[in-house]
Design a protein around this ligand. Sequence first.
Ligand code: NAD
Length: 484
Amino acid sequence: MLEIKNYINGELVGPAEGRYLDNFDPATGQVYSKVPDSGGVDVERAVDAAGHAFSAWSRMSTAKRSDILLKIADLIEANADRLARAECIDNGKPLSLARSLDIPRAATNFRFFATRILHSQSESHAMDYSAINYTLRRPRGVAGIISPWNLPLYLFTWKVAPALATGNTVVGKPSEVTPMTAFLFSELCIEAGLPPGVLNVVHGAGAKAGQALVEHPAVPTISFTGGTKTGGTIAKTAGPLFKKYSLELGGKNPNVVFADADLDKALPGSVRASFANQGQVCLCGSRLFVEAPIYDSFVERFLDASKKLRVGDPLEPDTDQGSLVSKAQFEKVSYYVDLAKEEGGEILLGGGPPAPISDRCKEGYFFYPTVIAGLGMNCRVNREEIFGPVVAIMPFKNEDEVIEYANATDYGLAASVWTKDIDRAHRVSERINCGTVWVNCWMLRDLRVPFGGMKQSGVGREGGEEAMRFFTEPKNVCVALRDA
Ligand code: NAD
């Protein structure tokens, strides 16, 4: 059985203690590879390698650094089919989604930051004729990067690319649930000629390898994407050590459809926002609010469209919905659907696993797209992140009411608003408390804009400029031009 390796100081190596965890294919429920169960010794070696590589990497010419990162982007693209297949098997998502979204976006992350650094600008402030201030931005050293399982390579590279581009070296800890693409990516970095130690990848459990990375005194920067509870643990560890950290956390996003919306766009857009990647995207709209005059007809059309999603073997080209990522995730989603019934919800669609998919997938963790009506705003199902193909649908009377509903959770990651009224689009966007509002669209991503959440959806922002700033330290130099 394939043993995944850590990538430390330019080499692929086994874990120091020789222990491995099982890596499951969630579509079949079978173990298909072994992932290192790394610990403090592995993290120590990786941080040491990254520390040694820092001086040369941070002082390498920007053009040369950019060339190496562009080579990595080229190699991701050249290996896109292999990477997409690996991600599909690791994660259970449809191969078509991995091929069209995750892998191309991973290459784009590298291309974006590799070229962005070629056009950097710096700030200077003249104080009349007495002095001039200028701001130097320098990489902060070894960055610790911790990523989740839902978009494994895309979210890992979203952090690794700006960290490396700005001259930091990195120790990355991908999710132990989906380690395969980060492993293949390590091989591509070697092929691209990335100098040893510049990027190190340590696989293993969060509480062990992840925690050791966050605690390490020689890692001043922590960039984390994952669950809100884990984010709290990381903040508790990193805060007293005065580390700089960014936390991209969970969401409970509202998707708001006004009666004047173009339903030919709002309907398929809402289906995608509800169920893409089996609802396992932090940005998925898990609360669907529909203005009262069109509620009944919208629900009917929404259910019809959702029924047409093909739940199937993730490797089949026409599959729309693959399996959930793990048994644990299947149990969590099932728990919340049972809770919805206890809370008075009516299951309009789905509510459990589909009929057996195929002999190959008979033990996989599939869950049918599920639509629930009749839940109040204070129900736990309407407040807590489920992270599965489950959407709660509700009518609303007017703009004020839906803004109150939209803001009635502890999260504030993203929202969608569907309307043809331009004034209302701006008004509502301004009043929903979240990091991103999409108007008449969902999950359109421009890498230049700030990305992240408010409230319990996160601290800090990532995205073009914000990421460049996050991974660098500003230093102001004040030069007197004449005696004070
Ligand atoms: P998770 O918090 O369980 O794990 C995320 C990562 O943290 C994994 O690599 C894990 O091993 C590691 N980890 C766990 N405990 C740790 C600890 N004590 N110290 C250091 N590292 C630790 O999250 P998950 O289940 O992998 O991912 C799903 C969650 O991620 C959802 O809540 C989703 O909303 C969120 N998410 C957010 C965004 C965003 O951009 N805001 C994007 C994708 C996913």
